[in-house]
Design a protein around this ligand. Structure first.
Ligand code: SF4
Length: 330
């Protein structure tokens, strides 16, 4: 059996912040022991509120940041040391799509010149053919040749994101890490860009790590979903199962806030307050101050992320107790 396309194993990333008048250094665990796998031709949706560690996880997965602990494997091989030839070759096969296409593009260059750039940087194709290759890529994402001759500010947000996707495809990547790729776009344009990503994935067999705070968007693209809270994965499983019957109370709250039109809606669970400061992680289960199902045990005992009888992973005392009770009763 071949190795997964991308595998992060127990990765952790801490930052140090100065706090207070004396500038005391405090440790912030942005990512705290995260494991995830992206298979070829499949999408793993990574969802959670702002500050949950999703974007840091994406950067760790791409090797843009080095984990303090754990490791990342691409096609079964560890990331080479940064700025080596092996690292650049591996990085060419994994690309990132960011939230802000205008920020990702150079305002001084025509779109086609920017899509051509990866061919020049990685010495792909004959130099005289590279512009034609760039135009072909633009056409494949639904942009016309005259739009390729424009500058970023002359295109709409959706067209700019298409241009960014075209540029990411130039090196024929195996993996796309999409970090909030549609959250800056109008809802009608969001659907077009999502459909484009799904079409590209089906045609090229890419693996996608799709990061978003918006469960409605994640639902449309994901085969599997991992839910992050305060630097840890709290639930992970097949998208249909996890989104139709969430086990973790945090997932339940997210799902209740993103009902599917035409499906039975579950009562809305409104999360109280903001996520806690990662520098002052609550004791026990970090979600307990906001959890509608919390028990005394949750304040002192941190739940492990472990398999449920239906195959998903969940980190919740109550979810496991209920599943074990139902199993014993059946
Ligand atoms: Fe809520 Fe307790 Fe489960 Fe944490 S362990 S999610 S506090 S029920």
């Amino acid at each position: 059996m071949s190795a997964p396309l991308l595998q992060a194993r127990n990765v952790a990333r801490c930052y140090h912040m100065r706090k207070g008048l004396l500038g005391r250094s405090v440790e912030v665990r942005a990512v705290d022991g995260v494991s995830l796998t992206v298979e070829r031709g499949r999408t793993l949706g990574l969802v959670g509120e702002s500050g949950s560690g999703k974007s840091t996880t994406g950067r760790l997965a791409l090797g843009l940041e080095k984990p303090d602990a754990g490791d990342v494997l691409f096609n079964g091989a560890p990331m080479p040391a940064t700025d080596t030839l092996a690292w650049r070759q591996m990085r060419a096969r994994m690309q990132m799509i960011y939230q802000d296409p205008l920020g990702a593009l150079d305002r001084r260059l025509q779109i086609v010149e920017q899509v051509r750039e990866p061919f020049d940087v990685h010495d792909l194709g004959e130099p005289k053919e590279r512009e034609a290759l760039a135009f072909a890529l633009l056409q494949s994402v639904g942009l016309r040749a005259d739009q390729g001759r424009r500058y970023p500010h002359e295109l709409s947000g959706g067209q700019r994101q298409r241009a960014v996707i075209a540029r990411a495809l130039a090196t024929k990547p195996d993996l796309l890490v999409c970090d909030e790729p549609v959250s800056a776009l109008d809802v009608s344009i969001q659907a077009q860009v999502i459909n484009l990503l799904v079409d590209i994935q089906q045609e090229l067999g890419l693996g996608l790590l799709f990061i978003s705070h918006d469960l409605k968007v994640v639902r449309q693209v994901s085969h599997r979903v991992a839910v992050m809270y305060l630097g840890r994965i709290v639930e992970e499983g097949e998208a249909d199962l996890l989104l139709s019957s969430p086990a973790h109370p945090y997932t339940e709250a997210l799902v209740s806030a993103a009902p599917v039109p035409g499906r039975r809606t579950r009562p809305r669970i409104v999360l109280q307050g903001d996520p806690p400061n990662p520098a002052a992680r609550p004791s026990g289960c970090a979600f307990h101050p906001r959890c509608h199902a919390a028990r005394e045990r949750c304040k002192v005992e941190s739940p492990l992320l472990k398999p449920m009888p239906d195959g998903r992973l969940a980190a919740c005392h109550v979810a496991h107790d209920q599943a074990n009770f139902l199993k014993a009763a059946s």
